[in-house]
Design a protein around this ligand. Structure first.
Ligand code: DHB
Ligand code: FE
Length: 289
């Protein structure tokens, strides 16, 4: 059976791609952020996930404001990136795993999530930057992915409660997939940031810390925030935290926070990285015996 080994949340700021291309990981500006990935690299080398389910938001590469699904799931063999206009190199492609995608889609629709099914899908920096951070180097990324896009861009957005339930539905679906796969669940974006308008540059450290603590100890409490409350507290783009809430919803076992890094700012964003171990119920049972 497939097994969810853990969850990871990370910021997806595009200029990270430029810093990687220019090998600036040890520059004073970038070091506190990139240093937060040393643990991640060791953890991934030990856990060796086969698959990553990635909750993210598209920023206008695959979907634009004219047609923007609330929830969309990729079911392609390959996900390409293209020039998004940020001045960073176009990323290599990510490999897909269509059979697992279709299984998740079947289970989601059975759970009354009427998702958009994408057999052809470009992925933007919200997918490629996290993968580049997690597996640096030239080789193909060692995981196949299922991209799950959540609309955090064009209001009305899905509620935090709905995103948590989306994650729970995907978590249950992974647990019932018959192939022997180790699955990592990723949520990208955030934490607090606002890129435009009167509050451009807005960051809220206290709220970010509350969100990270709650994600670990009491994720359901985050689902009581309304979208306007999250926008007020985290900024217009800080609402990308919905992707982290979905990731946390997908962790179906006993969840333990094993890593956290928080650094202000990277570009306009409060940059955060978190890793959670997910100990499956069956293993826990063996432990108790
Ligand atoms: C920035 C942050 C984002 O989440 C994004 O999608 C684009 C830019 C930034 O801080 O520059
Ligand atoms: Fe973003």
């Amino acid at each position: 059976m497939a097994r969810i080994i853990g969850g990871l949340g990370t910021t997806h700021v595009p200029s990270i791609g430029k810093a990687i291309a220019e090998r600036k990981q040890n520059d004073p500006y970038w070091k506190p952020f990139f240093d937060g990935f040393h643990f991640v690299h060791r953890w991934l080398a030990r856990e060796k996930p086969d698959v990553a389910v990635v909750f993210y938001n598209d920023h206008g590469l695959n979907f634009f404001l004219d047609k923007l699904p609330t929830f969309a799931v990729g079911a392609a063999n390959e996900y390409r990136n293209e020039d998004e206009g940020w001045g960073i190199p176009v990323s290599k492609s990510a490999a897909g795993i269509p059979n697992l995608s279709w299984h998740l889609i079947e289970r989601l629709v059975a759970d009354e999530f009427d998702v958009t099914i994408c057999q052809d899908m470009l992925v933007d920096h919200a997918v490629t930057i996290p993968l580049s951070l997690m597996w640096p180097g030239e080789a193909p990324w060692p995981v196949r992915i299922v991209p799950v896009s959540i609309n955090t861009v064009q209001h009305p957005l899905p509620s935090a409660a709905r995103c948590f339930k989306l994650g729970q539905s995907i978590g249950r679906a992974i647990d019932t997939y018959e192939e022997n796969l180790k699955v990592l669940v990723i949520g990208t974006g955030g934490l607090s940031h606002q890129l435009d308008g009167e509050r451009a540059g807005f960051i809220n450290k206290a709220f970010d810390q509350l969100c990270m603590d709650r994600l670990t100890n009491d994720p359901e409490s985050l689902t009581r925030y309304s979208i306007p409350e999250i926008v007020e507290q985290a900024g217009a783009q800080g609402v990308e935290f919905l992707n982290w809430i979905a990731m946390r919803g997908a962790l179906t076992g006993k969840v333990i926070e094993v890593h956290r890094n928080y650094h202000i700012p990277i570009s306009n964003t409060a940059a955060a990285t978190m890793v959670f171990d997910n100990q499956p119920a069956v293993l826990r049972g063996q432990h108790a015996a």
